[in-house]
Design a protein around this ligand. Structure first.
Ligand SMILES: *[C@@H]1O[C@H](CO)[C@@H](O)[C@H](O)[C@H]1NC(C)=O
Ligand SMILES: *[C@@H]1O[C@H](CO)[C@@H](O)[C@H](O)[C@H]1NC(C)=O
Ligand SMILES: *[C@@H]1O[C@H](CO)[C@@H](O)[C@H](O)[C@H]1NC(C)=O
Length: 261
């Protein structure tokens, strides 16, 4: 008796669910997708300590919205971004078309991505997809899966050039003139990033080797901020705001809420 009425109720419920199958199943599916499963990630990217949320967005030519969609854990405004962590930069539904002809970058009007292409995941300064050092190495990669993130590909750097840091091939210091170089002229006064020499040192040293002189968490000695050394910009001569790229400044770029902190 008992068993059969349970069975009857069960069948009744089943009938109800089955009757509404289309609506119920679809909304459950949609809900499950939103709640748990995202399309697969096509490229994970490990940021370096210089990389900010804005850098990743710029490098991979995606929108903030797309980046947050691919990494829901980051929260609104990319607040949860931690330099050095690995993030998904391309999920299936937010990719640009993969380059079919091997052309990429600014030369192709950023209309296609090398990532996932048969040529390789990196776009060289001439706008060709490929792999290996010549395409992915620091200073050789304009977009895509570039080694170590974004670096200058033409020797121009700093504020006037999208805050690009300098790769070894052009010299590691970004001079006050927005050009990369290893010479004292680039690493001394006005130096924007890289192993800048202490501003007060009057070229006693010939070698621009990194010489951290301030303890972590102190006022930025070189215009860099956040990340490993946790230098703060307030009180530095470079500006009071720390950009997501890790440089001090006073412009809207460094001070806007979403980019800086
Ligand atoms: C990216 O990382 C996620 C999580 O670790 C993993 O599930 C996914 O397969 C990775 N995708 C690629 C293309 O490596
Ligand atoms: C890129 O855009 C410019 C201006 O709209 C156009 O003249 C050029 O042909 C485009 N190049 C490619 C490769 O699509
Ligand atoms: C600059 O110095 C670095 C580190 O010593 C070196 O690897 C690089 O080749 C140099 N670059 C130039 C352009 O001299």
């Amino acid at each position: 008796m008992k068993t059969s009425s349970v069975l009857a109720i069960a069948m009744l419920i089943w009938g109800t669910i089955a009757g509404f199958h289309d609506i119920e199943a679809d909304s459950i599916l949609v809900f499950a997708r939103q709640a748990t499963s995202l399309p697969p990630c096509r490229l994970n990217y490990t940021t370096d300590v210089w990389t900010g949320c804005a850098d990743v967005i710029a490098q991979f030519e995606i929108t903030l919205e797309e980046f947050l969609y691919a990494n829901p854990q980051l929260g609104e405004g990319c607040d949860g971004f931690k330099p050095g962590e690995t993030y998904c930069v391309f999920r299936d539904s937010n990719t640009r078309p993969t380059s079919l002809d091997g052309n990429c970058g600014i030369q192709a009007n950023y209309s296609a991505s090398c990532v996932g292409s048969t040529f390789g995941d990196c776009c060289n300064p001439s706008g060709k997809c490929g792999k290996g050092e010549d395409f992915c190495g620091k200073g050789n990669c304009q977009e895509g899966s570039c080694e170590g993130g974004r670096y200058s590909t033409d020797g121009k750097c700093g504020r006037e050039h999208d805050y690009l840091p300098c790769p070894p091939k052009f010299g590691l210091c970004c001079g006050g003139n927005g050009q990369c170089g290893n010479a004292t002229a680039f690493c001394a006064t006005g130096c924007q990033s890289g192993p800048c020499l202490e501003a007060s040192t009057t070229s006693a040293s010939q070698s621009p080797t990194p010489t951290p002189t301030t303890s972590p968490g102190g006022v930025s000695p070189d215009g860099t901020c956040g990340y490993n050394d946790a230098f703060v910009c307030k009180g530095s001569k470079f500006g009071s705001c720390c950009s997501a790229a890790g440089y001090c400044g006073d412009t809207e770029y460094e001070c806007s809420q979403y980019l800086g902190w």
